[in-house]
Design a protein around this ligand. Structure first.
Ligand code: ACO
Length: 370
């Protein structure tokens, strides 16, 4: 038995949800470029869960259900109020999602209809958790969701307490579409491993949030913004990047296990970053990002991934840096739950082997002889 480090190139399951073939990402066979330009996030959620684009009635029904289920159980709001204000936001999200299960009477119902209902509630409640936590830690009262509003609009509304501008809703919608699913990425794999034991959907999503938190995965978008802030100015970009690369340090937001010729999602976020920069009158983050891309691609041949330009997009929307990865989760929960439903449909325990590299033929030594 020989291990493949990081399971690179290993095909661990079949799936009909999303594909990356020759660098092209599709959801249910539809190119991500097409979806990013044309689809609402709710259409994508429906597509991921049910395998087809919704008609108008199905779409309206989903939008209404998502907004109706967006309120949080009182006990979870109390838990958010009792949480220290300076905790890691992904640790907080992981905890609050876990708490949701305790107040869901269907938490351990395993039939498909119950699991679809729970997927809807999870998709509806994750944005509310992030917005509610953000407001409470700022000393503000939570804002109730608006019935009938889409996920992007409702999230920004609950976060700020104000009706968001159309361009902000459009940008958030596009970011949610682009982050919704991504084949067998680390967090999705974690969720499938968890539910393949026939554990419940909440446990699957909590496992996924834990995996997304790391800076090699979803945590990279926050690390990109931290880097931009550390660089500080356009004139400092070149010496900063050169220094990092000379010291063999990683530049966050670059590289990918699967894409070697660039992440197809990055160009949409780049365009949005440029547009929002112009609109807000602050193009510095965008210009610094473009310069970083030029240097890293030139010196290392590495291309930006989904996390690179999303950092300046969210900053232009005045979203605090430590909400970037939770926003990734607000979107990816649709993909996680689609994969969890698919795993339940054709389940087998996921239990690979390890190549043993420890000592052999060791005898037990009594404690007094050690
Ligand atoms: N900056 C500098 N060098 C890099 C980077 C980077 N961002 N990414 C990869 N490399 C280099 C590595 O140092 C390594 O060089 P070496 O062969 O000389 O040692 C080589 O490229 C291969 O890199 P690995 O880390 O082995 O590639 P792997 O496929 O394991 O990792 C990953 C992919 C984790 C995305 C990696 O590129 C990385 O750490 N990037 C930065 C973090 C990041 O942006 N993560 C978000 C990914 S997208 C997502 O999950 C949403």
């Amino acid at each position: 038995m020989t291990a493949t480090k990081g399971l690179e190139g290993i095909v661990a399951t079949t799936s009909s949800i999303s594909s990356i073939i020759d660098g092209v990402l599709t959801y249910r066979g539809i190119n991500i470029d097409d979806l990013a330009e044309n689809a609402s996030y709710e259409e994508v959620v429906y597509l991921l869960w049910f395998g087809k684009l919704p008609n108008r009635t199905e779409l309206n029904d989903l939008i209404v259900k998502l907004s109706q289920h967006a309120s949080l159980p009182e006990q979870v709001v109390d838990l958010i109020r009792a949480t220290p204000k300076d905790v890691n936001t992904m640790a907080a999200l992981r905890t609050f999602v876990s708490a949701l299960a305790m107040y869901d009477e269907e938490a351990n119902e395993m039939d498909t209809d119950a699991n679809v209902r729970k997927a809807i509630r999870l998709q509806a409640q994750l944005p509310s958790i992030v917005a509610t936590f953000s407001r409470i830690r700022e000393g503000k009262e939570p804002v109730a969701p608006k019935e009938g509003a889409g996920v992007a609009e409702n999230f920004l509304y609950m976060l700020t307490g104000q009706q968001p501008e159309a361009i902000a809703v459009e940008a958030m919608n596009k970011a949610l579409v682009l982050h919704a699913d991504h084949e067998l990425n680390a967090s999705t794999f974690a969720s499938r491993v968890t539910v393949a034991t026939l554990s419940d959907i909440y446990s699957g999503v909590v496992s996924a949030i834990g995996a997304l938190k790391g800076p090699l995965h979803g945590g990279a978008n926050e690390a990109v913004m931290a880097m931009l802030e550390e660089v500080g100015s356009f004139s400092n970009v070149e010496p900063y990047i050169q220094d990092k690369l000379n010291n063999k340090e990683k530049i966050m937001g670059f590289g990918h296990r699967v894409y070697k010729n660039g992440d197809p999602r990055a160009k949409h976020l780049q365009k949005m970053s440029q547009q929002l920069g112009k609109l807000t009158g602050n193009t510095e983050w965008y210009e610094m990002s473009v310069k970083i891309e030029e240097l890293v691609t030139g010196m290392k041949g590495l291309k930006p991934n989904v996390d690179f330009y999303s950092a300046s997009v969210y900053t232009s929307l005045q979203i605090p840096r430590d909400l970037f990865t939770p926003i990734f989760a607000i979107s990816r929960v649709s993909g996680w739950t689609a994969h969890i439903l698919e795993q339940y449909e054709n389940n087998r325990l996921i239990r690979p082997r390890a190549e043993y590299t420890g000592p052999s033929h060791q005898a037990y030594v009594p404690i007094e002889d050690r």
